[in-house]
Design a protein around this ligand. Structure first.
Ligand SMILES: [Zn+2]
Length: 187
């Protein structure tokens, strides 16, 4: 590889992303059929992050004029949540899954903050083998990592009240149901 780094001996065309980052291979562990909160499978994580799919149901994440819905396991007064540059490896959520996960996930039950994120950018990868933490995309070490998770950086976002988001979502779904004459569609 250009500039040095690691590679698979039998590397296929889809094992690097468009930035040339080598990604961890899928192990033999077929889906267990239930969401593993806080332990998102890395391929699913990457796909959900890139396509902004809900990290739990895989449907579209919720997006309004205020931004895309994310829930992070922080306290609301966490200083990082009040300036640009907050990073996460957790993909966004749809409203019903957000409501479910804050009740079901032991970590989020303790503390969580819902965010509407208007501007975000993939900022780096969480690398499993050659570096202990995150590696920024501009880093010279990028050729030496085996990526397992995409890190998203929030540039513009606001803290929102998940209960209010849920109420607004139900209202939107109801309005859609009235227009189509059928029950609100549910992914
Ligand atoms: Zn969902």
């Amino acid at each position: 590889m250009r500039g040095g780094g690691i590679a698979y001996a039998d590397e296929g065309p889809y094992e690097r992303d468009d930035l040339g980052v080598l990604w961890k291979r899928v192990g033999i562990s077929p889906g267990k059929g239930r969401p593993e909160f806080g332990n998102v499978h890395f391929l699913r994580q990457r796909r959900a992050m890139r396509r902004l799919l809900c990290q739990i149901c895989g449907g579209p994440s919720d997006r309004t004029d205020d931004g895309t819905l994310w829930v992070v396991g922080e306290d609301a007064d966490e200083p990082e949540l009040h300036k640009p540059g907050f990073v996460t490896t957790h993909p966004p959520l749809c409203v019903p899954c957000a409501v479910t996960s804050v009740g079901a996930c032991p970590h989020l039950r303790k503390r969580h903050v819902a965010l509407r994120v208007r501007a975000f950018v993939p900022a780096g990868v969480h690398a499993a083998v050659y570096d202990a933490g995150g590696v920024a995309f501009e880093s010279w070490r990028l050729g030496w990592v085996l990526a397992s998770q995409l890190i998203m950086e929030f540039q513009e976002f606001t803290v929102v009240d998940l209960e209010a988001e849920h109420a607004a979502y139900l209202k939107r779904a109801e309005a859609r149901g009235r227009v189509s004459g059928g029950p609100p569609d549910h992914h």
